[in-house]
Design a protein around this ligand. Structure first.
Ligand SMILES: [Zn+2]
Length: 509
């Protein structure tokens, strides 16, 4: 190589080193230090492409909420720059979409993103757990669905995100953040769904790690009142997670899980908002003191953590390829929410954390809760139409677990006590897992093939057709008497040996 060649080679090498250049990925820069008037600066380099134009999308909906959230509402000052640094005019089509001409020559896009709320008491147009919140010198709660978007033409690309932050701040998230220096962190996600599925809490750390089996669980807490409280919460969470681990057969299907808990002092009462993600949960709490927080969190933590089974490990293609602009919803919310809530009420009795009387009270509570809804609706239809049928949605947490109860008893009955919903979920997670989605329409046939031919009729009657649940009949099989008029469930005076042994297989009582 002659001297000139060497010189050129060094020049090319160093320009690659010092300037971010286009790759196959979205390269995002989020600057928390830029926060001003509740807005932060966000920019990104689009993936390399050959497109005449591109349609940029901010989510209209996200998984877990069945109402339009329109995250484009937080975005302003949207600008595109070509490779010469010239400003290229873009067209905003509606709240959530922009058309960018000559995308192949666009080097950078920048915009401002507003925070969604300041205080838990404030009225906002969107739920707070899905929005981002900025408090410059104390805490940032970042939901990437408000910060990042994607081009419809360039989906399924990886994201590399650089976050500029206050040097005392630490990121808590299900994703692993790598510090580049005091004020810069880097994080990657394999695609948009994985990015928005992992919110992050930035603040001076109050964190406690617990180990449950081989799973590392992060409990990260922010409250102005107490900056060393995470260990109190972690102690409570640990006891419940250890029981969940035993209930799930000893091994948990995730390596890392994060509880991101924000607390704010409010004058009276207690308020909460939260959203589960595959490997994390955001919990927002308001109360006067912290005393009741551990108990309140226990109830939420159990349900949310059970979501590591479904939808994380067991979900359909509609969930895997979630369309953030025009979602087609899966028909299996009975599984994602119903079976999750069933595990939440079934685990404490199976693990001997509560006695039979307390368990029966919980069942009565679900039966009473179901009263306020139309119980003749098909659960598969309610699920596919969850956006239109929001008034019925909460029934997945009432009728859903009772359906799980009937299914569990029916499976135990057909298998001589050997197989229940615990084993069924293990079979399903083995067959599918986080990366392999099932076909929505095939799931009942798959479950039937994995269990017993009679189970197909069960799903036909109680999930597809919406017949009233066979609660009385199911509970009688395990020696329990459900009085439909009084809404009570009590032990039968003289259960037969068969009823008694089926109950033992079901709840170990
Ligand atoms: Zn849930």
């Amino acid at each position: 190589m002659n001297k000139l060649g060497l010189f050129v080679a060094i020049l090319v090498f160093s320009s690659k080193l010092f300037a971010q250049s286009q790759t196959n990925d979205y390269q995002y820069n989020i600057d928390l230090l830029s926060e001003k008037n509740n807005k932060i600066s966000v920019s990104f380099i689009p993936p390399e492409n050959n497109l005449q134009q591109g349609k940029f999308v901010m989510p209209k909906l996200v998984p877990g909420y069945y109402d339009a959230l329109n995250f484009g509402q937080y975005v302003s000052e949207f600008r595109a720059f070509n490779k010469k640094g010239e400003n290229i005019e873009v067209k905003r089509l509606d709240t959530n979409t922009w058309i960018i001409p000559d995308l192949k020559n666009i080097a950078k896009i920048s915009y401002q993103v507003a925070g969604g709320w300041d205080s838990l008491m404030q009225r906002t147009s969107s739920p707070k757990s899905v929005a981002s919140a900025y408090k410059k010198d104390s805490v940032f709660i970042l939901n990437y669905s408000t910060l990042a978007g994607y081009f419809e033409e360039l989906k399924n690309r990886a994201y590399r995100v650089t976050v500029k932050k206050n040097k005392e701040f630490f990121p808590s998230s299900a994703l692993d953040y790598t510090p580049k220096n005091d004020t810069t962190d880097m994080v990657s996600a394999k695609d948009y769904r994985h990015l928005v599925d992992a919110p992050v809490l930035y603040c001076v750390p109050d964190t406690t790690w617990i180990k449950v089996g081989t799973t590392n669980v992060l409990v990260s807490f922010y409250s102005k009142q107490d900056r060393s409280y995470s260990k109190n919460l972690a102690a409570k969470i640990e006891s419940i997670l250890k029981n969940q681990q035993a209930y799930l057969g000893g091994k948990l299907p995730v390596q890392k899980y994060a509880f991101l808990i924000y607390h704010e002092q409010i004058p009276r009462g207690m308020m909460g908002d939260g959203l589960e993600h595959s490997n994390s949960t955001v919990c927002l709490y308001g109360s006067k003191t912290l005393d009741k927080l551990p108990e309140a969190l226990m109830g939420v933590a159990s349900h949310e953590f059970f979501h590591i089974l479904t939808p994380l490990g067991i979900h359909s293609k509609e969930v895997q390829n979630f369309n953030f602009l025009h979602p087609v919803l899966s028909r299996h919310l009975w599984l994602y929410e119903g079976m999750t809530e069933y595990a939440t009420i079934h685990m404490p009795i199976k693990q001997h954390m509560i006695n039979l009387q307390q368990f029966l009270k919980n069942i009565e509570g679900k039966i009473k809760g179901m009263d306020g809804f139309n119980n003749k609706l098909s659960m598969t239809e309610m699920s596919s139409n969850a956006i239109k049928m929001q008034d019925q949605y909460m029934n997945f947490y009432q009728k859903g677990p009772l359906l799980g109860l009937c299914l569990d008893i029916r499976l135990r009955e057909l298998s001589n006590g050997k197989i229940g919903t615990q084993e069924l979920m293990q079979k399903l997670i083995k067959k599918y897992g986080p990366e392999k989605a099932f076909e929505d329409k095939d799931l009942f046939d798959v479950i039937t093939a994995l269990t017993f031919p009679q189970i197909r009729q069960f799903f036909k009657d109680y999930v597809e057709a919406g017949n009233p649940l066979p609660l009385k009949e199911s509970l009688r099989k395990v020696g329990l008497d459900y009085n439909e008029q009084a809404g009570t469930v009590v032990e039968m005076r003289t259960p037969s040996t068969a009823e008694f042994s089926l109950r033992k297989a079901w709840i170990d009582q």
